[in-house]
Every structure is written in structure tokens, then in C-alpha cells.
Design a protein around this ligand. Structure first.
Ligand code: PGA
Length: 266
């Protein structure tokens, strides 16, 4: 199954998310959101597109206040949260703490968290539970390493990650969330997957979701591509049938480049 049916595609809004990673202190974050606000006020966001920005925890409150005060048309996102609701987890932040800041989207299982913080598929699944329990939408990140791709294991690895994070959930729940396909070899490297590679893996993800939760969930779920997205690559990627959005790292730190991505003609 792919998202080629135009009616089916029309039902899914495009989500462009800016993952600021460990960049921008709260002064810089405020400046960035103000620049975004000024540009979006002039250019607007194309019909059928939605934008989320994911600052570090220390900037969330500042960015939230700016977004709400100036009515900036972006949703607030976070980069991770702990899977437990509360307790003795020094340095961690709970899903409830994020929900209280009106965070709408939370990344779960970004490859940098899997690599640097040892997040396993089981931990990612528990985070998805925590995020959903607070009424927020998870952006579940999946993707293969270069070795896995070279070894012909990319598809199997990505299907496994999707199953481990999502199995056993209702079709409605799965249809409402976002999956980000991020080939690890393309993140922060300047290498973008080809449109064909991105399309093929996003179609694989949709197919796995159809198996897990039925065609309705597969038609509704939004699948982003992430990995060195630029204003130049954004349009062709968004034109692919099964690519419903973009998860943007480096280019989201520059308001002009990020707005060009948000507005890229597909
Ligand atoms: P990048 O990051 O655009 O800098 O490659 C993407 C991501 O990790 O979300």
C-alpha cells in the first residue's frame, strides 16, 4: 500500500518540524522564533501544511510565551521526554511537564538519543506511551545505519522499529501519530537520501502500519523524511507520494532557510 490515492493523500496535512537539537540558548531561541514569526507573517504557511519547532528544554517556556503572545502559527514541540511519569530520575523531564507548556509534538527515539543515550526500542515504546498518555502526539523516529543499508537490512530494521514502538495500539491512535524516517547516515552529514530511497522507505513504513493497524491507520498516519533537508531538496521530497512532511535539523536554525523549506513547492 502506498499513499498514491490522491483522495487519501489530500486527507493528510504536511508536517514540517524543526529540531533545534542542543542549539540556541533561550535568548537565541527567542530571537529565532521572532524571526520566524516576522517571516511567516509576510509569507504565510501554505494551505495543508503545519509547522512544529522543537527547542531544547531550557528554551521551551520562552518560546511558548513568544508563540502564544504573538500568535505565531507554529506548534510547540520537544525533543524527548522520560518514559516514567515522575520520580527520582535526576536530569529528566516528564511528558506531563511538557504537556503543561502546551507542547503538542514530542520526538521519540531520535537516532541521536538511541546512539548517545542508549535508548532501546523498548524505551522508545515506553516514551510513546508516556507522550500519548498526556494527550500529545509522538513523532516516532526510525532509520537504519549505513552498515545496515549496505548489508541489505534497512527495510527489516525499520519495520522492526515500527512494530516495536507501535504494535498493540488502536488503529485510531496509530493513525493520529507521526513517524519520521531518518536514515542515520543522512543526519547532519550533508547527505540526503535520494527521493526514490526516501519514498521507498516511507512506503515500507506505511505498509507495516497497514499490517499492524489496517488501511485506515495507514492512510491517516503522517510519515516525515529527515536527514540533511535543505530548501533545495524539500520540494522534491514533499512531492513523493508517501512523504507527508520533513524533520529538519541544521537548516531549522536559520529562519530564512526554514521558512523556504516550509514553503517549498511540492
Ligand atoms: P539534519 O538533522 O537536518 O541536521 O540532518 C535531521 C534530524 O536529526 O532531525
Amino acid at each position: 500500500m502506498t499513499g498514491t490515492d490522491p483522495a487519501e493523500r489530500a486527507g493528510r496535512s504536511v508536517l514540517v518540524s524543526g529540531n533545534w537539537k542542543m542549539n540556541e540558548n533561550h535568548f537565541e531561541g527567542l530571537r529565532l522564533v521572532q524571526e520566524l514569526a516576522a517571516m511567516l507573517r509576510v509569507t504565510g504557511i501554505p494551505e495543508g501544511r503545519e509547522v512544529s519547532i522543537h527547542p531544547p528544554f531550557t528554551s521551551l517556556r520562552t518560546v511558548q510565551t513568544a508563540v502564544e503572545t504573538d500568535r505565531v502559527p507554529v506548534a510547540l514541540g520537544a525533543q524527548t521526554c522520560h518514559h516514567e511519569q515522575r520520580g527520582a530520575f535526576t536530569g529528566e523531564v516528564s511528558a506531563e511537564m511538557l504537556a503543561k507548556l502546551n507542547v503538542a509534538y514530542v520526538l521519540a527515539g531520535h537516532s541521536e538519543r538511541r546512539t548517545f543515550c542508549g535508548e532501546t526500542d523498548a524505551v522508545v515504546r515506553a516514551k510513546v506511551d508516556a507522550i500519548l498518555s498526556q494527550g500529545m502526539r509522538p513523532i516516532v523516529c526510525v532509520g537504519e545505519t549505513l552498515d545496515q543499508r549496505r548489508g541489505g537490512e534497512a527495510e527489516e530494521r525499520v519495520r522492526r522499529q515500527v512494530v516495536d514502538a507501535l504494535s498493540g495500539r488502536s488503529s485510531e491512535t496509530i493513525g493520529g501519530l507521526v513517524v519520521a524516517y531518518e536514515p542515520i547516515w543522512a543526519i547532519g552529514t550533508g547527505e540526503t537520501a535520494s527521493v526514490d530511497d526516501a519514498q521507498q522507505m516511507c512506503a515500507v513504513i506505511r505498509d507495516e502500519i497497514a499490517k499492524l493497524a489496517g488501511p485506515g491507520a495507514a492512510a491517516a498516519v503522517r510519515i516525515q523524511y529527515g536527514g540533511s533537508v535543505t530548501p533545495e531538496s524539500a520540494g522534491p521530497l514533499l512531492a513523493a507520494d508517501d512523504v507527508d512532511g520533513l524533520l529538519v535539523g541544521g537548516a531549522s536554525l536559520d529562519a530564512e532557510r526554514f521558512v523556504a523549506i516550509v514553503r517549498a513547492p511540492a
